[in-house]
Write a protein that binds this ligand. Structure first.
Ligand SMILES: *[C@@H]1O[C@H](CO)[C@@H](O)[C@H](O)[C@H]1NC(C)=O
Ligand SMILES: *[C@@H]1O[C@H](CO)[C@@H](O)[C@H](O)[C@H]1NC(C)=O
Length: 432
């Protein structure tokens, strides 16, 4: 008797929840978010991009009274000067904190990059500003794809597209440094003078939980830390740096620069120790001589330079666990990322081109499902179930045998998206 009434009650609860899900759809809606008036970063410091960038959704941050600016999309520079509200006569509203995400895309990487940005936008809570560094030829395609996203999602981000620029040394030489354009990331502290902190990711990264969660590591930096990366490998015996590197590198296995959190303010201020000049050098002063000194010994380009820098300055680096930069190396020889076994994968990094071939179908499943998510507001139906199905087809690989590791965090993320929606926006029916 008692048991059955308990059963009825819990069934009713479940039913109620289901009904809520169905009624409410499931993206976090942005209704009620305080419209921010954060000034759009104006100049790009010394390295003014030749084409003025293009901030999207600028009208969101405009003081409401100038209607002429409302529909103006491009010309971020002109509008940003208008936006500088001269003084705070009344108490200005506390500016909403933006998160900044940077990526460098060259060649055939637009779809991959847009899929990465999509994963960031869908799951994140605070607003994100995308800083996209791309070859000029790719700009129209980026604009077209990003402008095509549904309006509800567009309110959560804006973006700016920058040309590839190098502030020191020989541009051609930097460009040639391994993957085209990859060394651009080393110059972000100088180019983005107005940005305090930034998450840089490779184009082949996918967020399986809110960007807010990795952003929170910035506040956990101690007084000397100014950047954060995950180890390149968990097992020194099979790691690349520990076996083959002919240059100094961080820690026992080196670090991977595919997901790199930076406090740019601190990087710009710091004098870095090095093996060239006793007194230390600023980031900007150090890059070119460092490259000159080590160019014949490095294999992975700018990631090697970062490893050399933090070898000499270990107290400046915060190392986050491998679940924040989870690569095929973490499962293709057997599972070796402890933190992902416990918490699930937080950020997936499909390096080695695994989204585009059939070697690691477990990784490819995530890529295809997020790429094809139709923004219909139905995360479980249109993303999670197809993902599960596709993932099960990868059981013949070592990575495919650990679905709990791959799926745990994204399932959790989706539940939270629902909860936020239910709690904050009960009653609204906005769908993405
Ligand atoms: C970055 O470092 C500067 C200088 O220490 C500090 O003022 C700022 O709050 C830091 N940014 C974040 C997001 O923690
Ligand atoms: C910050 O943490 C790093 C790494 O644990 C350490 O080397 C450094 O000494 C710490 N800095 C301070 C000021 O405690």
């Amino acid at each position: 008797m008692r048991i059955s009434s308990k059963l009825v009650v819990s069934l009713l609860c479940l039913g109620g929840l289901l009904l809520l899900y169905l009624l409410l759809g499931n993206e976090p809606s942005i209704r009620g978010t305080q419209r921010s008036r954060v000034p759009v970063p104006s100049g790009q410091g010394k390295v003014q991009p030749t084409t003025p960038g293009h901030f999207r959704a600028i009208e969101d941050h405009m003081p409401k009274r100038d209607p002429r600016l409302k529909k103006k999309k491009s010309n971020a520079k002109a509008s940003s000067s208008k936006m500088r509200v001269p003084e705070r006569k009344q108490k200005a509203p506390v500016p909403e904190e933006w998160m900044h995400l940077a990526v460098v895309a060259c060649g055939d990487r637009v779809e991959e990059t847009v899929t990465m940005l999509k994963s960031a936008a869908i799951f994140s809570i605070k607003k994100i500003r995308f800083h996209i560094f791309a070859e000029d030829a790719l700009k129209p395609e980026f604009e077209q794809k990003l402008d095509d996203w549904p309006q509800q999602l567009s309110r959560k981000f804006d973006y700016k597209i920058y040309p590839i620029t190098f502030s020191v040394g020989n541009a051609q030489e930097w460009k040639k440094l391994f993957k085209p354009c990859a060394s651009q990331r080393l110059f972000l502290p100088m180019i983005l003078q107005d940005v305090d902190s930034l998450l840089y990711v490779d184009t082949d990264v996918l967020f399986l939980r809110p960007l807010d969660d990795i952003w929170a590591f910035l506040k956990r930096f101690n007084d000397t830390q100014l950047a954060a990366m995950a180890p390149e490998h968990e097992v020194p015996k099979i790691g690349w740096y520990s076996r083959f590197a002919r240059h100094p590198f961080f820690g026992t296995t080196g670090v991977n620069s595919g997901v790199m959190l930076m406090n740019l303010t601190r990087i710009r201020k710091q004098q870095f120790k090095n093996d060239m000049i006793e007194a230390g050098l600023t980031w900007e002063e150090m890059l070119h001589p460092l490259y000159q000194k080590y160019k014949n010994y490095i294999t992975w380009g700018d990631q090697d330079l970062l490893n050399i820098i933090f070898y000499f300055n270990p107290e400046n680096l915060f190392v986050f666990p491998c679940q924040w930069n989870y690569r095929p190396d973490h499962c293709m020889y057997g599972s070796n990322c402890k933190s992902a076994e416990e918490d699930g994968v937080s950020i997936l990094h499909g390096n080695r081109g695994v989204y585009h071939d059939d070697k690691q179908p477990a990784f490819k499943a995530f890529y295809e499902v997020i790429r094809d998510y139709p923004f219909d507001g139905n995360l479980f139906q249109s993303m999670y179930y197809p993902l599960q199905t596709k993932f099960l087809e990868s059981v013949h690989t070592l990575c495919g045998r650990i679905p709990q590791v791959f799926l745990k965090q994204i399932e959790n993320t989706m539940k939270k998206v629902y909860e936020r929606r239910v709690i904050v926006h009960a009653g609204s029916r906005v769908r993405i």
